[in-house]
Design a protein around this ligand. Structure first.
Ligand code: SF4
Ligand code: SF4
Length: 187
């Protein structure tokens, strides 16, 4: 069904069923705050972690897909580890990012998906991260050519950045993973 033709209630239902399909039980949250208090980047969020879970429980997909939080989340899993109800909060953030991209909603933090794309491009090509290629690709995409130059130079001088990429064995498995992406959700 085309999402533009459905009512807000139907859209919320659809959103909640997507979370259910991933075993993310946002209704189990009793707002204890353990997730928010342990999040290492929570100070930069517009919605804190427990607000994200509560908004999700109310089916407030639109608010969440336009938020900065979903892009700033570092996927560290601290929140999920601390949650007494074992709610997969990092997985919830993944679903939200995925939905935002699929629906073409401009990311509130545009550089973060650009960095993800550069990282994934490196994995797709070599099966592992090739830092110099990845950074070059990110800089061209973002236009941030001069940022972190000193840090990059220091890393290079310490031998942390390889000039040439190293591929892994079993790149066909990696290709399989990439060919399967996008099948899990509809819009
Ligand atoms: S830790 Fe779990 S139960 Fe507590 S507020 Fe966060 S999501 Fe809800
Ligand atoms: S997974 Fe994201 S939301 Fe959860 S603690 Fe880590 S950074 Fe915060």
């Amino acid at each position: 069904m085309d999402n533009t033709c459905i009512s807000p209630d139907e859209r919320n239902e659809k959103f909640l069923s997507k979370l259910k399909a991933r075993n993310i039980d946002v209704h189990a949250c009793y707002q204890c705050g353990r997730c928010s208090s342990g999040c290492p980047v929570g100070d930069f969020f517009d919605f804190n972690v427990m607000e994200v879970v509560r908004l999700a429980a109310y089916g407030q997909e639109e608010k969440l897909l336009h938020s900065h939080t979903i892009w700033l989340c570092a996927a560290c899993e601290t929140c999920a580890t601390r949650c007494p109800n074992e709610i997969e909060i990092a997985g919830l953030m993944d679903v939200l990012r995925e939905l935002a991209l699929r629906r073409g909603i401009p990311p509130a933090e545009p550089r973060i998906p650009l960095f993800h794309q550069s990282f994934l491009g490196s994995i797709r090509s070599f099966g592992r991260a090739w830092e110099i290629g990845m950074i070059g690709n990110y800089k061209l995409r973002s236009g941030d050519l001069a940022g972190d130059m000193k840090l990059g130079l220091r890393m290079f001088m310490k031998g942390k950045l390889n000039l040439l990429p190293h591929s892994i064995k079993g790149k066909s498995e990696i290709r399989e993973i990439f060919s399967g992406k996008g099948k899990e959700y509809d819009r």
